[in-house]
Design a binder for this molecule. Structure first.
Ligand code: GLY
Length: 359
């Protein structure tokens, strides 16, 4: 018993040139490419021409020069990355500006920014004319490896995150690794949290590999999972490895812990919990800490964290169908959703986690 995932879960990675790779998200009627590499955003005019769009609206959280001229008349609109801007009011404002520009259902919307920007622009494209093509140019590592791939779009309500959204697959995603060069260290950590969790759901060992290879493999894993379960009814849940505790840590720390940091700690915890349940052996449990540390990620619970508060928040996890505790855990048949885990065991495993030293 090792708890290793079944092999063969990655979609093929096609080499487009010395520095460019392509992964296809194979869906019955809307297969689309994720192109990865340095300078890949400069292929935007060819993507727009392939779509046959005659106009484009570019919504960008980055300076104008980041998004190349799409080769058709274009309206450029500013955006701001951040959860506070993921609102229905912003979707309304975007759609009104699409209409004022005369964007038709056969034209294209282009989003450029982090995952919060691709989320809100993706939802506006999903709703405008009941669905207008959207091309994402994600600029953060997190958005390149996860958020911009797979068609989940959403905005927040005062009652919670991502409560209003739609599945709307992009027509193409251009992951330009040149755009990552200026990211601050915490942004890299944010993305590496998702890459580390990918190790436990079917990605190969990517520690120390070039970032374009790390992105391509993470995307290839996600593409294969989304192709099998676009609407998140079963297999797609495994993308939330490490996320039950991760989301709770974000919430309990008032989001001072970034998503990737929290998912990294949640991944270490998921390994320990699976070990405590006898689902994986000690070597596989230890591998969780090795991988998380190997990516330079945090692995300890913040000092002074209230375990009872964490458990209360975890009971509300979106994967849970009742009030039981639900986690994605490794096991003899690979990672899977495990429901109704004994709260006392969860608390005991949390209590055993390493703690970071107070600042
Ligand atoms: N980020 C998880 C998913 O796309 O399903």
């Amino acid at each position: 018993m090792t708890g290793r995932p079944a092999s063969g879960r990655l979609s093929p990675i096609e080499q487009l040139g010395p520095d460019h790779r392509r992964v296809l998200v194979n869906l019955p009627e809307r297969t689309y490419p994720i192109d990865i590499g340095a300078g890949i955003r400069r292929t935007l005019p060819a993507v727009v021409a392939r779509l046959g769009a005659r106009r484009a609206v570019i919504v960008s959280a980055r300076p104008t020069e980041v998004v190349p001229d799409p080769g058709v008349p274009a309206l450029r609109l500013p955006a701001r990355d951040g959860e506070v801007d993921k609102t229905l009011a912003n979707v309304d404002a975007l759609c009104s500006q699409f209409a004022a520009f005369g964007l038709t259902r056969s034209d294209v919307v282009i989003s450029c920014g982090g995952g919060t920007t691709t989320d809100v622009v993706g939802l506006a494209a999903a709703l405008y004319h009941r669905g207008t093509a959207v091309v994402h140019l994600p600029t953060s590592l997190l958005a390149q490896v996860d958020a911009s791939v797979g068609g989940k779009t959403a905005v927040n309500l005062p009652a919670g995150k991502n409560l209003v959204g739609a599945y709307w697959q992009p027509s193409a995603v251009l992951c330009d690794t040149e755009l990552l060069a200026s990211l601050p260290r915490r942004e890299w950590i944010n993305g590496y949290g998702e890459i580390a969790r990918a190790h436990f759901i079917g990605a190969p060992d990517l520690i120390g590999r070039p970032v374009a290879e790390q992105i391509a493999a993470s995307v290839a894993l996600k593409a294969a999972i989304v192709a099998q379960d676009e609407r998140d009814t079963s297999l797609r849940h495994i993308l939330n490895y490490g996320h039950t505790l991760g989301h709770a840590l974000e919430r309990v720390t008032d989001y001072t812990m970034r998503h990737g940091e929290a998912v990294a700690v949640g991944t270490v915890f998921a390994g320990r919990l699976a070990g405590a349940l006898g689902r994986i052996d000690a070597a596989r449990v230890a591998e969780h800490l090795d991988v998380v540390r190997g990516y330079g990620l945090p692995w300890a619970l913040p000092a002074g964290i209230d375990l009872a508060a964490l458990v209360d928040v975890m009971r509300l996890d979106k994967k849970s169908t009742g009030t039981g505790l639900t986690f994605v855990l490794s096991g003899p048949d690979g990672p899977e959703l495990v429901r109704d885990i004994d709260a006392a065991l969860v608390v005991a495993t949390l209590a055993d986690m390493p703690r970071s030293t107070p600042a």
